[in-house]
Design a binder for this molecule. Structure first.
Ligand code: SF4
Length: 331
């Protein structure tokens, strides 16, 4: 799951997931059992690198034309290596190898202390106060953190995979439940949240520009670019005025995310979805699944998304009133 969270980004998520699946299956067929013996990835680095190259080439043949048509671009630009480079070694060691090392190092440390390492990664993950804090530590912990190999979005995606998608959390308390981590803000989710007007309910266009979430003329061909990840940590002055919303936010922070001990004075925009889902049957994972579905099947990142067929068109500000939200911005 750690490897999956690190890799799960870029313009073609379907291709990325296929790459992960095909490479892992092929490595296991060759007895390179990377999730059971992480060091085998390095011991058999030649095989690991070859499999990534071969499977990437195969997926490019299948996906590049479909991807290029959906995104109005050139199929030759299709590249699933996370940093859009052509160098497989850096991609393999950094993006696959670093997360594979975490359980290995945990096991080594536990053994060194003379303790028994049954499921070192699970025990480590669930030792934190909440899934939100765990998702930050997966990146930032001095010894076991992945650092720049993983972004904030991927840390939240890892929490989603662990709690929602695979449902393997042993802890049953609210701090490891459906509202215990922030929504992974990737470009697909961010585009839908922007076009539908959700983000404009939290702050003004000028605020997003000031925070460099909206970067005028910085996109491809001089388009306005939305850098969703820059929303992280930004506060909603609009929603913070409502006592009812603030009361719900305090509950989210104290009982679920466990990120504050005292009453906060303003609301972080990235935590607004947790407030909206409070006391509903849905969690952050459900919302994210929906946003990804809309973002990858209807709300394409160009001027002609499939609005007429989109299941949320009746609620969409961009579709109903503000065409500029669709036409003037790219993620
Ligand atoms: S109605 Fe159109 S702009 Fe709105 S979310 Fe759906 S596809 Fe995107």
């Amino acid at each position: 799951m750690l490897v999956s969270a690190v890799l799960d980004q870029g313009p073609d998520l379907e291709g990325v997931r296929l790459l992960l699946k095909n490479v892992v299956n092929s490595l296991y067929e060759k007895e390179v059992r990377i999730f059971h013996k992480p060091l085998d990835f390095f011991k058999e680095l030649g095989i690991s690198v070859d499999e990534i190259l071969v499977k990437h080439k195969g997926i490019k043949e299948i996906r590049s034309k479909i991807w290029a048509k959906e995104n109005k671009t050139n199929p030759n630009k299709y590249n699933l290596f996370t940093d859009r480079t052509n160098q497989v070694l850096g991609y393999a060691v950094y993006r696959w190898g670093v997360p594979l090392c975490v359980p290995y190092l945990l096991e080594k440390d536990i053994t060194k202390r003379g303790e028994n390492a049954v499921e070192p990664l699970v025990e480590y993950i669930e030792s934190w106060d909440s899934a939100e804090i765990m998702s930050q530590q997966v990146k930032d912990n001095e010894r076991y953190g992945l650092g720049k190999a993983i972004g904030d979005k991927a840390g939240h995606l890892f929490a989603k995979l662990y709690i929602h998608t695979f449902g393997i959390a042993r802890r049953k308390d609210s701090a490891f439940g459906p509202l215990s981590y922030e929504l992974p803000f990737d470009s697909n989710a961010g585009r839908v949240l922007f076009r539908t007007g959700f983000l404009l309910n939290c702050a003004e266009l000028d605020d997003y520009e000031k925070w460099e979430v909206i970067q005028r003329g910085k996109g491809k061909g001089g388009e306005n670019y939305i850098r969703v990840t820059n929303i992280r940590g930004k506060k909603s002055s609009i929603l913070s005025l409502s006592k009812k919303i603030m009361d719900a936010y305090v509950k989210v922070c104290v009982e679920y995310l466990k990120v504050r001990k005292r009453r906060p004075s303003s609301i972080e925009i990235q935590q607004v979805p947790n407030i909206l889902l409070l006391d509903t049957e849905y969690g952050i994972g459900d919302l994210d699944d929906g946003l990804i579905h809309i973002g990858t099947n209807f709300c394409y990142n160009h001027n002609n998304p499939r609005c007429e067929e989109c299941p949320i068109k009746n609620f969409c500000l961009g579709y109903n009133e503000r065409k500029d939200l669709i036409l003037d911005y790219r993620t």
